[in-house]
Design a protein around this ligand. Sequence first.
Ligand code: BG6
Length: 518
Amino acid sequence: MRQDSDSLMVKSKFLQTCDINIEKFKIKPFTMVIFGGSGDLSQRKLLPAIFYLYQENVLPKDFSVVGFGLPALSDQEYRNLVKKSLTKFSQKRFISNKWPSFSKHLFYVSGDFDISQNYQNLCEKVKAVFPSVGGAPRDVIYYMAVPPNFMPLIVQRLKEHKLCKEKFNTKVIIEKPFGRDNKSAVELNKLLRAAFDENQIYRMDHYLGKKTVQDIMFFRFSNSIFEPLWNRRYIDHVQITVAEDLGIEHRGAFYEQSGVVRDIVQNHIMQLIGLVAMEPPVGFSPDFIRDEKVKVFRSLRRMDSEYISRYAVRGQYGEGIINGKKVSGYRKEEKVSPKSNTSTFMAAKLYIDNWRWSGVPFYIRTGKRLKKRVTQIIVQFKQPPLKLFGRTCDVLEPNILVLSVQPQEKISLRFGVRNPNSINQIYPVNMEFNYQSASKAKVSPPYERLIVDCMKGDLTLFVRQDGVEAMWSVVDPIIKHWQDNPASNFPNYSAGQWGPKEADSLIEDDGRKWLNID
Ligand code: BG6
């Protein structure tokens, strides 16, 4: 069964009432200062995202981007560099006729982040490229596209030069990882908060910019038919999979320090759990939503060593075949120790100890070099209370709801119907809503969406500090336990599989199985 037509949407008489007043969210003129403006992250993600927004006419007429970095570049040389990276990394084909006008918005300040004078130069540049209108302070966004160890220094210098609050209206975007553990996250926050107010800080987890991730909340709280079932009485368990077929892609040095728990579980997976498990927020404002997610993180059961040994599985990929091609094992990757104990896979059984979810297992799994790229949340409902249809139907295929985040973007519901050619044989059918075929709306990749939200001052899709700390508190014991007890069996899965066999036993021992649904 398939329901994915646009016509149904436009006929709805309720549509108008749900529309948001776009005018209210217009982006004001701004300057974005990118620390690390010529670095890898800027070239791959950030500048293509800004160019995309320019092409789509999302940006105001008055805006400027000031790259700040070590390489000695003039404005013109910076523009040449950006042009090269757009040609290489723009998701949408690079449209050259927009380039000449866009390039005029780009500027550069070169120098060491440590040297005080460079901040003076930066301030002069910002003032020069974006003349003040009627003496009002400029809107300036600082984007930290630098390794985390540079951040304290930059924030300190900005503060010394009164560039955080006094001279401009500022916001600061920082990307995960927010620290390496709870302690360092608290320290980083202390430093940020000494310079900025909480509502100036935009902590970015790009998963929250994915529209299918945002839609988990819309789906849950805009329907009355699922919410009454969304609890321990009707839900058997929840599975969350964030699988990648990619390896670590020249990021060996970073990944050796990070591993799967810091890279994916502490942030992306926790956010998915938060959205699936949260209570309805009091209203649709950033803090109401973030309040509810934090409560979920705080209710996640704390894991001691014994629990971790039983219910958390780690893995590291060896060589194998992905999409028909031989790929090397993790220990042979660039800048990875040949004896590395870093985990590239994790599966676990988690519990949320609150009234709604008490006793409902949340199985999570994530890893690099798995069989395919898929991010999916599966909610499996309990069996009906009575078996009415005879022995052939002793065990019915359970109802499952699949929220597919990527690469498929869809929601599907599986339920049983009687096979029309039989007397009492039940078989499962799917009802499906597919975003791609249902919507003519333009794709808004996560970076673009989050940058625009920051420009508008909307914090809803950014992470609040108490959330960061609560998420670290859940994963810190796992990181510590695995560090204190190195794995003796690494590598324990071949690239191209679904992880180590212990991950299957984890769920199969409970009489359930991982569902790999297309
Ligand atoms: C990043 C991780 O946060 O997310 C990467 O650092 C990972 O290791 C990436 O590959 C996955 O993002 P996506 O959007 O491709 O699922």
